[in-house]
Design a protein. Structure first.
Lengths: 302, 82
């Protein structure tokens, strides 16, 4: 089927299928799933600028529902979310400007593609290492499943940085932390959202847990709250730049809405470190899809 | 995983998949027929209006699809595991 906005011919069933798969994975792992949707769309033949904008648009529709549910459960730290969003919005705009500059230079596919591969491989390696470490600690009865977090020392060190102004987030159990760290987390994830078309959850959620020291369930809820805002802003700014095919986004979202429910239900049957270990395979898959497209499309050749 | 929970999970999945499949095909056809040309025209003429309408459309669809899912589950008397 021809999508008139992006001038791309692609099966709507394939798009709904990508949305469905991403919905399952996103619902299961508590992230938006953009880091896997982007590579899949790119692999399916969508130009990188439309991948970025359209992915953000589809994610907006998906995360609004999940964020509402987490809000009802009390898993959203509104104060943290609102502070972090200031950095996020700046980051999204910076990322969108970078993408536009790369488009003008006609190197968006190769640069964004390779950045995807590097980031995805890094996340995969780190998550696998951390979850295996946590599982070993559980095996040695040093920690309970709920408390197993293989990287808690980093959070303590980061919270000990006293660069003013200091802020507190009682809902997240943070007595005092430098405002700049929270803004920095927001900016970095916003930058990734704006440049790569991801919600940033795959990097913000681990950063909130590992670096800032927020409980996992609050990190997931607050992350989704952030995704709604950053993805909404990203949708607007990318649509104005002509990077959003909303018809594609609507079709993808129909599949994602169903998949997200299946994924969320499935989390009941796995413990935290096991979920993170399973999660580590996903970025590898995404990196592989991007590499295949770059190689088969002639963007990279030896 | 308990057998009963697995049974409920699989049953809900199959029923939702069938109902959703029918709805999605019908919905996509309607959306393309009604919105395809006007949105493409707006994309070519006024990107700011297109951006706002895109955001409203995707947010509205998000909330409506979630409501439809809940309604279907209630009407079909399916037990939710969430």
């Amino acid at each position: 089927m021809d999508f008139p906005i992006s001038s791309v011919t692609i099966s709507p069933l394939l798009l709904a299928g990508i949305g469905f798969l991403v919905g399952i994975l996103g619902g299961f792992f508590g992230v938006g799933g953009g880091f896997i949707a982007g590579p899949l769309m790119f692999w399916a033949g969508v130009p990188m600028n439309f991948v970025v904008g359209t992915d953000l648009a589809h994610m907006t529709g998906k995360s609004i529902v999940a964020a509402r549910r987490h809000r009802a459960l009390g898993h959203v730290d509104i104060k943290l979310g609102l502070v972090m969003v200031m950095g996020t919005v700046l980051g999204v705009e910076s990322g969108a400007q970078i993408l536009e500059a790369l488009e003008v230079a006609d190197v968006a596919d190769i640069v964004i593609g390779l950045v995807y591969v590097v980031i995805l491989l890094g996340i995969s390696a780190f998550t696998a290492w951390e979850s295996l470490r946590a599982l070993r600690m559980i095996g040695n009865d040093r920690l309970s499943v709920q408390d197993a977090l293989g990287f808690e020392g980093a959070a303590r060190r980061i919270q000990s940085i006293t660069l003013p102004p200091m802020v507190s987030f009682p809902a997240s159990g943070i007595a005092s932390i430098s405002l700049w760290i929270v803004l920095g987390v927001g900016y970095l994830t916003g930058l990734l959202a704006g440049a790569l078309g991801v919600g940033g959850g795959f990097i913000r959620m681990p950063m909130l847990v590992y670096a800032v020291g927020i409980p996992t369930h609050v990190a997931v809820g607050t992350d989704l709250f952030e995704i709604v805002i950053s993805a909404s802003f990203g949708t607007i700014t990318h649509a104005i730049k002509g990077n959003v095919d909303v018809l594609m986004a609507l079709v993808m979202h129909t599949g994602a809405a169903l998949g997200a429910q299946i994924g969320a239900v499935s989390t009941r049957f796995f413990a935290g470190p096991r979920i993170r270990l399973l999660f580590s395979a996903l970025p590898l898959l995404g990196a592989l899809m991007v590499l295949i497209r770059l190689l088969s499309g002639g963007t990279i050749h030896f | 995983m308990k057998t009963k929970e697995m049974h409920i999970l699989v049953r809900n999945f199959v029923i939702e998949l069938i109902v959703y499949g029918i709805l999605v095909v019908a919905y996509s056809a309607i959306v393309f027929r009604l919105l395809g040309a006007p949105l493409a025209q707006l994309f070519g003429s006024n990107l700011f209006a297109y951006a706002l309408i895109s955001l409203v459309l995707i947010l509205t669809q998000g909330v409506i699809l979630d409501s439809v899912t809940s309604f279907l589950l209630n009407q079909l008397h399916l037990e939710r595991l969430e």
